[in-house]
Design a protein around this ligand. Structure first.
Ligand code: FAD
Length: 484
């Protein structure tokens, strides 16, 4: 029983049916009519199936449906919705594409889910300034399709085709981060509807400069705020020139240690690698099956290099030297776009490949990030701990950033297993903290890492965050129950 209760405090009660009942009463008819008056009747739903779709993300966190879902068409409607909900004391939950992995869209206290996918215009492309303004419904793939013939691209690429403003909200990153940075590095300005409906431009309306020393960094405050401070209704993003030439590569290693040592050596040798991703033997086996690859079942690095033909030749030569010194084998180079896409699609689908090892189960991903010099010790230790835990899972990692995930498949109806997943994840989080790292490199705090956040930033850090939250959201109605 004690175990059950502990699991419940993590939002992980075993599923007797997927959805919990809303903990708040129903919305009054008058309130629903007021929502309809703002966005129009077809853009409001209180249907159970719709609410359930919006009460969970891709993780194993149990569904907590909102009382209503609304689809605003423009920022003015978002502003009026926020003012209405806030005035009536109704929680507000922003919803991007629902691909989050930390339960960020679960409506823990019921309320109104604001689905922003209908606002999907690419508002302004400033090619000469390498920037673009997008509405919250634009996804990363849609933006890159739009940019295809411009010689520009947006590099932040979480495995899922997430919304760019959802990515800003979670402080997302991806496989290109080692070279091009994460969302924190690539957001120049945000338009935010504050909980009471006021409109904020974090860097000033219409501004898209590359650097600034003008006061507090409000953009940085909202990147990674996970919908707890306001609704992001537009993002100005930094674009990059498309690389002249690209080569991808894979190579296998006799041990986890050898693969990670190679990563550290490559970075220390200042090879400007664009992507360097680790998959352990279990992950490779899963990807071979799921994505019809034919790679060795061994700890493996997936790499990519960007630059001129001459620069690429140098980078490849240096990398091959380093990896061979670490006993790498099974080298495979891919220059053609189709072959490269196949490899990276397999890497991006590793989550689904690993979940497919145990049909019917749900996924949970750990997300620690440590200073690069500490990566070999924590990865080797984690591989051993994972084996000893008896859990089903595999390790994949954006190792160039010191960030890796244990993707665990969990039977959501097994309280004991849920408890072991929680214990494993917390222990790993604390190991990362002990090595001067963080409990989350990219997925965010969401529901499950609030205690670890406190340990990470300390009492004064936590109090400062709470004061900021209380100042912007004094009634605690913006996505309550998340982050702090
Ligand atoms: C297969 C797979 C692979 C993934 N790989 C990665 C990866 O490599 N790197 C990575 O970082 N993540 C990864 N993720 C997680 C996920 O894609 C990211 O967290 C993404 O940024 C979530 O975006 P979303 O639009 O789906 O947000 P949602 O899931 O809809 O929401 C996430 C959080 O952001 C808030 N939010 C959403 N939109 C807004 C908005 N406009 N304004 C304010 N708050 C908002 C929500 O309230 C919630 O708290 C992966 C997920 C999957 C399923």
């Amino acid at each position: 029983m004690a175990r059950l209760l502990r699991a419940a405090t993590w939002g992980l009660v075993p599923w007797r049916g997927y959805c919990s009942k809303s903990q708040q009463g129903e919305l009054s008819e008058g309130f629903v009519e007021a929502l309809k008056a703002i966005v129009g009747s077809p853009h409001v739903s209180t249907a159970a199936v719709v609410r359930e779709q919006h009460g969970h993300d891709e993780s194993m966190y149990r569904c907590h449906p909102p009382n209503a879902v609304v689809w605003p068409q423009n920022v003015d409607q978002v502003s009026r919705l926020a003012a209405l909900c806030y005035g009536q004391g109704v929680p507000i939950i922003p919803f991007g594409t629902g691909t989050g992995l930390e339960g960020g869209v679960c409506a823990m206290q019921g309320g109104v889910c604001i689905n922003l996918t209908h606002m999907d215009r690419i508002v302004k492309l400033n090619s000469e300034d390498f920037s673009v303004v997008v509405e919250p419904g634009v996804t990363r793939k849609a933006l890159n399709t739009h940019l295809r013939d411009t010689g520009l691209w947006f590099p932040v690429d979480p495995g899922a085709d997430a919304s760019l403003c959802g990515m800003a909200a979670t402080g997302a990153s991806g496989t290109n981060t080692v070279r091009y940075g994460n969302m924190r590095d690539n957001v120049l300005n945000l338009e935010v509807v504050l909980p009471d409906g006021r409109l904020l431009h974090t860097a000033g309306r219409g501004r898209h400069f590359r650097k600034s020393a003008a006061g507090y960094n409000l953009t940085g405050l909202f990147v990674g705020s996970e919908g707890t401070l306001g609704l992001i209704t537009a993002a100005t993003l930094r674009l990059h020139p498309s690389p002249e030439a690209t080569v991808a590569a894979t190579c296998a290693f006799p041990s986890v240690q050898a693969a990670v040592d190679s990563t550290v050596n490559i970075l220390q040798a200042a090879v400007p690698v664009a992507r360097i991703e680790f998959l352990d033997d279990v992950a490779m086996d899963a990807c071979n099956r799921h994505s019809k690859l034919n790679c060795a079942v061994a700890p493996t690095l997936f790499l990519e290099f960007h630059g001129s033909e001459q620069a690429l030749a140098e980078q490849l030569q240096r990398t091959e030297e380093i990896t061979r010194n670490n006993r790498a084998s099974h080298f495979s180079w891919a220059k053609e776009a189709e072959e490269r896409s196949r490899l990276w699609a397999a890497r991006h689908n590793a989550w689904y490949a690993i979940l497919a090892l145990r049909p019917g189960c749900k996924g949970y991903s750990t997300d620690v990030c440590v200073p690069i010099s500490r990566l070999p010790e924590i990865l080797v230790q984690t591989k051993g701990d994972l084996k000893a835990s008896g859990l089903t899972g595999a390790i994949v990692g954006h190792v160039g950033d010191g960030n890796f995930h244990c993707i665990l498949s969990v039977n959501p109806n097994d309280a004991e297993e849920l408890h072991r997943v929680k214990a494993f994840s917390e222990q790993l989080g604390r190991q990362a903290l002990a090595l001067h790292g963080t409990c989350t490199g990219e997925h965010g705090i969401g529901l499950g890492k609030r205690q670890l956040l406190q340990e990470e930033v300390g009492t004064v850090g936590m109090e400062t965050m709470q004061q900021l939250k209380a100042m912007l959201d004094p009634r605690n109605l913006m996505n309550p129950g998340k982050v702090i």
